[in-house]
Ligand binder design. Structure first.
Ligand SMILES: CC(C)(COP(=O)(O)OP(=O)(O)OC[C@H]1O[C@@H](n2cnc3c(N)ncnc32)[C@H](O)[C@@H]1OP(=O)(O)O)[C@@H](O)C(=O)NCCC(=O)NCCS
Length: 192
């Protein structure tokens, strides 16, 4: 279950009533969740990024190491990473991964909710638990990298209180795309 702190583990073990009167249960990921996490990543890329990433480039990235089940299993187990999942009616419906960034900060590297569950508070619940983990582990600040044309994703992070720090480009397969970085100082009040 990787590096999820004891304090956050106690918090994530509790079942929380999400918006829309649904029961959303947040817990630390287990290695056997890895293939479901890949599935959520694939469907996320196919739905959210279809407007600005060509299919062959999406495919190339999804078949690379970042989304391999082996990589996801390794992150779930790593002591310096944390992976939280949201379960709705016994099914993993969303997740996020936190990994060390070369700058010494923590990076939110993956954050996906099943398309049928989006906009109903699950992402916000996952984020609250991630914050509890980050504070308990003494993290100063967190970075997140988002495709610049992912308007909904950017709106979500801006609502949480992330500040835009860099506009750049990145390469996905053979395509160069607009890319942005955000940072949040952990401990500042969140807004969702
Ligand atoms: C971003 C994401 C993780 C948020 O999870 P969520 O469960 O939809 O989030 P919540 O319901 O807690 O919050 C919804 C807020 O996020 C925004 N949002 C982002 N994507 C959305 C979507 N596809 N549908 C509805 N709301 C979305 C909404 O604008 C909403 O803000 P509002 O209350 O001001 O309207 C999820 O929408 C998702 O998986 N998106 C696709 C992948 C992605 O972009 N990931 C982030 C980049 S790595």
């Amino acid at each position: 279950m990787g590096g999820v702190t004891e304090a956050a583990r106690r918090m994530v073990a509790s079942v929380r009533e999400g918006r829309m009167n649904r029961t959303v249960s947040i817990r630390a990921a287990r290695v056997e969740d890895a293939s479901r996490l890949r599935e959520l990543g694939v469907v996320g890329w196919e739905t959210t990024y279809a407007g600005f990433l060509r299919p062959e480039n999406r495919r190339a990235y999804l078949n690379g190491p970042f989304w391999s089940v082996a990589r996801l299993r390794a992150i779930i187990e790593a002591a310096d990473c944390a992976t939280l999942v949201a379960e709705i009616e016994g099914r993993v419906a969303g997740f996020l991964t936190l990994e060390p960034h070369p700058s010494g900060e923590t990076e939110l590297t993956r954050f996906y909710v099943d398309p049928s569950e989006r906009g109903r508070g699950t992402g916000g619940e996952l984020w609250q638990c991630a914050l509890a983990h980050l504070r308990a582990s003494g993290t100063q600040s967190i970075l997140v990298n988002v495709f610049g044309d992912n308007r909904d994703g950017r709106h979500f992070y801006e609502r949480l209180g992330f500040a835009l720090i860099e506009e750049t480009t990145t390469t996905v397969g053979e395509q160069t795309v607009y890319d942005v970085w955000y940072r949040m100082t952990v401990g500042e009040p969140d807004r969702l």
